[in-house]
Design a protein around this ligand. Structure first.
Ligand code: TRP
Length: 359
């Protein structure tokens, strides 16, 4: 991304999982806001249709989750004057393009997508009962992306296989339907976030359902309670024991994984408190800094970092009419772009009424 000279257009989205956590912020939102402020043309989509691929039966929380996520986006600093915030299901053109794209991808290609395989494993799904829609998850995502013709798709590493398929579909469409005309679609590139994934407070993968996350809306007391339970060096028991902020690769368990994977509190200091991080590590190693006060300090750092986000969120939450207007305006702006692309698509595919039928 650093090699890019002229800011272009980006499209990214999230499934509406409700209130967002620090991992969502570091892995995506922070990047979106930075690009927005660098003059990129941002399009951000609430992928509510994608939510149905794995939870199609219980939709009772869907609207509340969309609302919470949009508030968190605004709270994080997405500026509706600069960025287009919209809801996938409000732009029906995505569904049309998804249908047309679905003819250009083989079933075998979709079955090879690692994200689908991981979901089958993690959610204990039966491969034989995967729905047609779930198999087509990435085809819908390709439609989401390409309908806006972005140059880049800022996403986490886990989304790269989807972007790869998106590029293949763009290439295939242009090859099949644009022989006698300019290509309709660009081949957008994934723009990965620079910061490595933030681990959950317990040292495992961050996940809201596990409860090892800090939510952007957590008040200071809640942050302190959660940080108090964070994973640190298991061998640092007394305050004066020398600690190991970094992972210790000399001791492995039976499966060859390091017994000590590094102190999570230190990882968070590095991300949110870079000015003090080296000094904190030095004092931890020297046995002059104990975990309890160090955690208290981190909790304060995080609370301060989240304070402006919390304040902005409260302001938006107090004005639901404003938020509704922001999203309605985003839907309108997204629709205008999507409609123009679909016009080109239909024309390229000879789906536009012609001759006597056109009148
Ligand atoms: N698959 C993405 C996720 O789980 C959500 C998503 C849907 C998306 N459509 C997209 C992301 C288009 C980027 C671009 O987070």
């Amino acid at each position: 991304m650093s090699a890019v000279k002229q800011p272009g257009r980006i499209l990214s989205g999230m499934r509406p999982t409700g209130r967002l956590h620090l991992g969502n912020y570091v892995g995506a939102l922070e990047n979106w806001v930075r690009l927005q402020d660098q003059g990129w043309q941002n399009f951000h989509m609430v992928a509510d249709w994608h939510m149905l691929t794995t939870a199609s039966e219980d939709t009772s929380r869907l609207q509340a989750d969309i609302w919470d996520m949009v508030l968190d986006w605004l709270a994080a600093g997405l500026d509706p004057g600069k960025s287009v915030l919209f809801i996938q299901s409000e732009v029906k053109e995505h569904a049309e393009l998804h249908l047309l794209f679905s003819m250009l991808v083989s079933k075998a290609r979709l079955e090879r997508i690692p994200t689908l395989k991981e979901q089958i494993r993690d959610l204990h799904l039966d491969e034989q009962t995967i729905s047609y829609g779930h198999l087509g998850y990435s085809v819908l995502q390709a439609a989401d992306i390409l309908i806006y013709k972005p140059s880049h798709v800022p996403v986490g590493e886990d989304q790269v296989p989807h972007v790869e398929l998106t590029r293949e579909i763009a290439r295939r469409f242009n090859f099949v339907y644009c022989r006698e005309r300019a290509p309709v679609f660009p081949e957008p590139e994934a723009a990965l976030t620079e910061f490595a994934r933030l681990r959950g407070l317990d040292g495992n993968r961050m996940s809201k359902s596990v409860g090892n996350t800090i939510l952007l809306t957590d008040p200071p007391a809640e942050i302190e309670r959660k940080v108090r339970m964070a994973y640190t060096d298991p061998k640092k028991i007394r305050a004066t024991d020398p600690g190991r902020p970094d992972a210790d690769l000399s001791e492995l368990d039976e499966e060859g994984r390091p017994l000590h994977t590094g102190c999570v509190v230190w990882e968070y200091h590095r991300k949110f408190n870079p000015a003090e991080a080296d000094d904190i590590a030095a004092r931890c190693r020297a046995g002059t800094l104990a975990c309890v006060p160090d955690k208290k300090h981190l909790a304060k750092v995080l609370s301060d970092a989240l304070a402006p986000i919390r304040e902005r969120r409260e302001r938006y939450a107090a004005d639901p009419d404003l938020v509704r207007d922001i999203v309605a305006d985003g839907n309108r702006r997204a629709r205008a772009v999507a409609a123009a692309t679909m016009d080109e698509v239909r024309e390229a595919m000879n789906l536009k009424l012609a001759g006597a039928l056109a009148r």
